[in-house]
Design a protein around this ligand. Structure first.
Ligand code: DC
Length: 224
């Protein structure tokens, strides 16, 4: 069974997807961290992020491991734990650049489909319900008001002490800008699959969103 959860940054999808996966005893796969890992590795190798051939070469060779434990998700790239480096602005920007390139998307899509074949998976991203698994068993699209999404990203960065003096309006601006890039790119743009259930999380708690999703996956369940 494959559960696809797509949506823009700050919609709550990663937090929610992880809890849903825990509750169902499924594996959680955060595809955004895969694009972030490719951007990180490319920068390490001093590759120009817009050089599609160079980045594709890196993407096809890099070993990305997503490991979940009590401390949350750990990301290892070629054996190195880079978890704490992935949410900084430079990598967010870099991931959006590499994610717009067709060759990189193809390589990542193949990797993601392989992971999905293991079954019992909750996968979150931008194109899981539309491109990676158009026949996913259940699809959800989470969205929220851009100001609220910016506020959530601001709090997340603050907690991780990765705010770099940026204020809330700047973070909201960055979130809106990245949304625009994700939604307007030619290949696999961020959009709701026709058969995905839309959940507006602006005024919902994480628990409420999780409950909505679990109710659909396990009809008749009473989670809270
Ligand atoms: O979810 P995130 O913020 O970690 O994603 C990082 C970038 O990767 C973001 O610009 C969107 C892009 N992405 C994508 O294009 N397709 C996915 N399946 C996941 C992320």
């Amino acid at each position: 069974m494959i559960i696809a959860i797509d949506g823009p940054a700050g919609s709550g999808k990663s937090t929610v997807a992880k809890i849903v996966a825990d509750k169902l005893n499924f594996r959680y796969i955060d595809t955004g961290s895969m694009y972030r890992s490719v951007a990180w590795k490319s920068l390490q190798k001093n590759a120009a992020l817009k050089d599609e051939d160079a980045v594709a070469d890196i993407a096809s060779k890099v070993k990305i491991e997503l490991i979940y434990g009590k401390k949350g998700q750990l990301v290892f790239v070629d054996g190195e734990n880079i978890t704490d480096q992935l949410k900084v602005e430079e990598i967010s920007r870099g991931a959006a650049i590499v994610a717009a390139q067709p060759m990189i998307r193809e390589i990542m899509t193949i990797k993601q489909r392989k992971l999905g074949l293991e079954g019992k998976v909750v996968m979150d991203g931008r194109d899981i319900g539309t491109v990676v698994f158009p026949k996913a068993d259940k699809k959800f699209f989470l969205d929220a008001d851009p100001k609220e999404r910016g506020r959530r990203r601001f709090i997340e960065l603050k907690e991780k002490k990765q705010i770099n003096n940026a204020d809330l309006p700047t973070i909201i601006e960055q979130v809106v800008q990245r949304d625009h890039e994700d939604r307007s790119r030619k290949i696999a743009p961020l959009k709701q699959a026709k058969d995905a259930m839309l959940i507006d999380t602006t005024h919902l708690s994480i628990d409420q969103v999780v409950e909505e999703i679990i109710k659909v996956i396990v009809p008749g369940s009473q989670t809270f």
